[in-house]
Design a protein around this ligand. Structure first.
Ligand code: UDP
Length: 443
């Protein structure tokens, strides 16, 4: 029997990258591939879970070059430190891993997420193939690929700022994007320049750009590059084994006791920080609902914000948890709709579960994802801000009622769910691409 490929996978150390790469690893491992998963030492030490169950996934670590007390939410700091420290250490790690089983199942391919292009470059120098796993949508990646053209056409300047507010379409059949909502908008000069460099690196060293999406979800985007390889949605059943943070699973028992389609699930992912006034208004909005809610209020990662609840908040109609087993929750029959920041992972998870969305985008690609949800797939509504940029409790109440009574949205959710699941089943296009990728890695 031929030996299946051995992948070294290395995510940028934030949850929105670690999770999809772990899910992808689990899918590859289910096919019998061998996986060496590289965590930073810091993430490994803070991880509250005991890791994946599959025997063919091994966890290893590399230092990120920062001290334990350093602020890892400072992207400039962590990126610079990782780039200084890790490329020198990776070749030795690869040598040691290969030597472990007498060089009989050497690493065939390195898979990195965005910001980890340096790892593909290191692999290239060692004669190892490279692929990118894009943790965002294919459209977000395509926007970044188009940056040189956008600069040439004077749509954005050399620092990524729009030359004027306008709506453009980077390719036919892709949602129209307001130039002030480009995924990099507001990230600053350092990160924009980093993105431009990173794109060049993945063009040079990433033979495939694996995307957690499908041809049906983003049909207009794949003509932009032959490197796109949609393999999604990435779904593994090992929900609580891949997360960095400990999940509060008591909410699943609580959900079991709720009537079907009666609970509003509210979660803003791992990074979004809401200001205290908006937080208060959301709390009071949830109090106003006729429905129960399950609300994830993440403790601050970095002490930048510590929410307090408003004095007049009752909260008796719901449950609040600090971190939830989101994929299990979205697939629970008691869930009626998902108030989401529209991070790509949450978006895909919601589509796969067939749950209607109320969209509340904050930053980066979340606006683009919202356009897919509301305008292209038509499986949700947007929560609209007032003139002060504030979402009121009445808007929350109004839109919850509206989305739950909209039969078109419900029908579309079920249709998108079916299409999405078909892609990963035997004979589906995503499943076909996955097999193509595994055989490519082997030769
Ligand atoms: N997530 C989770 N529990 C929570 C909230 C979020 O497991 O309580 C997971 C969610 O399932 C998703 C990820 O965290 O896989 C968030 O990724 P996303 O791209 O949606 O947002 P980001 O955190 O990158 O802003």
């Amino acid at each position: 029997m031929s030996i299946l490929p051995h992948f070294l996978v290395i995510p940028f150390p934030i949850l929105g990258h670690v999770n999809p790469l772990m899910q992808f690893s689990q899918v590859l491992a289910n096919y019998g591939c061998k996986i060496t998963f590289v965590h930073t030492e810091f993430n490994h030490n803070r991880s509250k879970t005991d890791g994946p169950r599959q025997e063919n996934i091994k966890l290893v670590t590399l230092p990120d070059g920062l001290e334990p007390e350093d602020d890892r939410s400072d992207l400039k700091k962590i990126m610079s430190s990782m780039k200084r420290t890790m490329p020198n250490k990776l070749p030795k790690l690869i040598e040691d891993i290969n030597a472990l089983d007498g060089n009989n199942n050497k690493i065939n391919c390195i898979i990195g997420t965005f910001h980890m292009g340096w790892a593909l470059e290191v692999g290239h120098k060692l004669g190892i193939k490279g692929a990118l796993l894009c943790p965002a949508s294919a459209t977000t990646l395509a926007c970044a690929v188009c940056i040189p053209k956008l600069i040439e056409d004077e749509i954005v300047d050399s620092e990524g700022n729009p030359t004027k507010k306008q709506e453009i379409q980077i390719s036919p059949n892709i949602p129209i994007i307001d130039t002030t909502n480009f995924p990099w908008h507001g990230l600053g000069k350092f990160l924009f320049e980093h993105i431009v460099q990173e794109i060049q690196t993945i063009i040079n060293f990433g033979e495939w750009w694996i995307c957690n999406t499908s041809y049906d979800l983003e049909p207009g985007v794949f003509s932009i590059s032959q490197k796109f390889l949609p393999i999604g949605p990435l779904i593994s059943n090992d929900n609580n084994k891949s997360s960095i943070w400990q999940e509060d699973t008591t909410c699943l028992d609580w959900l079991d006791k709720q009537p079907p389609q009666s609970v509003i699930y509210v979660s803003f992912g791992s990074l979004v920080v809401m200001d205290q006034n908006q937080f208060n208004e959301l709390a009071l909005g949830l109090d106003l609902l006729d429905k129960t809610f399950l609300w994830v209020v993440r403790p601050s990662n970095d002490n930048k914000v510590n929410y307090t609840y408003p004095n007049d908040f009752h909260g008796n109609k719901g449950k609040i948890v600090s971190w939830a087993p989101q994929r299990n929750i979205l697939n629970h029959p008691s869930i009626a709709c998902f108030i989401s920041h529209c991070g790509w992972n949450s978006t895909i998870e919601g589509v796969h579960a067939g749950v209607p969305f109320l969209c509340w985008p904050f930053i980066a690609d979340q606006f683009l994802n919202k356009s897919y949800i509301c305008d292209v797939w038509k499986i949700g509504l947007e929560l609209e801000k007032d003139d002060n940029g504030f979402i009121s409790r009445h808007e929350i109440r109004k839109k919850v009622d509206q989305v739950l009574s909209d039969d078109d949205i419900k029908t579309k959710c079920l249709k998108m769910k079916k299409i999405t699941i078909n892609n990963i089943e035997e004979g589906g296009k995503s499943s076909h691409n996955l097999k193509k990728f595994i055989s490519w890695a082997n030769y």
